[in-house]
Design a binder for this molecule. Structure first.
Ligand code: IYR
Length: 224
């Protein structure tokens, strides 16, 4: 039996079509300026900016509205060092051959390597955990659904929010990430999903040219 209760849609704003086009174009042009950056300045970021970005992420749609995510902002220098050391150990094995030739070949135009100094020194590191169980309140321990889809969308919202604030970002997915549960003191039924690094770029920050190649509208879409 349904326990559904409904309320009126509030806060919806309709714009004239031309204004919609102008708004979406402005938004798209702005998002297109987002670059993944690995050269972070150590300048601190106002905590309130990060909190707003977490609120943006937390507003994402999710399976059964269970919001199956937790955001750990890792500030403690000891934890940051432990994170860097554990991640770099995994990455050394990855780049030494665990990844396989095809993967390493795909990565070569990006110039990435096993050194991850930003994990220790960038001003903001957020570990995003996906929760296997939960519910619409934090006390619940029900089964969660579409966990990867939900957390992926939340991470997208967070990247967009941090970019909108004027910070640069980097996604990092060390693999395996079990050590993050220990670093962040998270329960075993949560799985680290992604690290989002954010901050100011250094004055001489660079990005790989490869990252500027984007597929065209025709390449990525069809109207059928
Ligand atoms: N996790 C590794 C490797 C890596 C993998 C992909 I796919 C990238 O787009 C970038 C990096 C690292 O962070 O170096």
């Amino acid at each position: 039996m349904s326990s559904e209760k409904r309320v009126p849609l509030e806060n919806y704003v309709e714009y004239p079509a031309e204004e919609m086009l102008s708004r979406v174009t402005t938004f798209t042009e702005d998002l297109k300026r987002r670059r993944t950056v690995r050269d972070f300045d150590e300048r601190p970021v106002d905590r309130r900016i990060v909190e707003e970005a977490i609120k943006a992420a937390g507003s994402a749609p999710s399976g059964a509205n269970h919001q199956p995510w937790h955001f750990s902002v890792i500030e403690d220098p000891g934890k940051r060092k432990a994170l860097r050391e554990a991640a770099e150990e995994e990455e050394r094995a990855f780049y030494a051959g665990k990844a396989g030739d095809e993967w390493l070949d795909a990565l070569s135009p990006l110039g990435t390597d096993a050194d991850k100094p930003f994990l220790e020194h960038a001003p903001v590191i957020i570990a995003i955990f996906a929760q296997k169980r939960g519910g619409v309140t934090v006390e619940e321990k029900r089964k969660n659904y579409y966990i990867n889809e939900s957390v992926g969308i939340a991470c997208g919202f967070m990247l967009a929010a941090l970019h909108q604030a004027g910070l640069v970002t980097l996604t990092h997915t060390p693999n395996p990430m079990r050590f993050l549960n220990e670093v962040c003191d998270r329960p075993g039924d949560e799985k680290a999903y992604m690290l989002i690094v954010a901050g100011y770029p250094t004055a001489d920050a660079t990005v790989p040219e490869h990252a500027l190649i984007k597929k065209s509208l025709d390449d990525i879409s069809s109207w059928i």
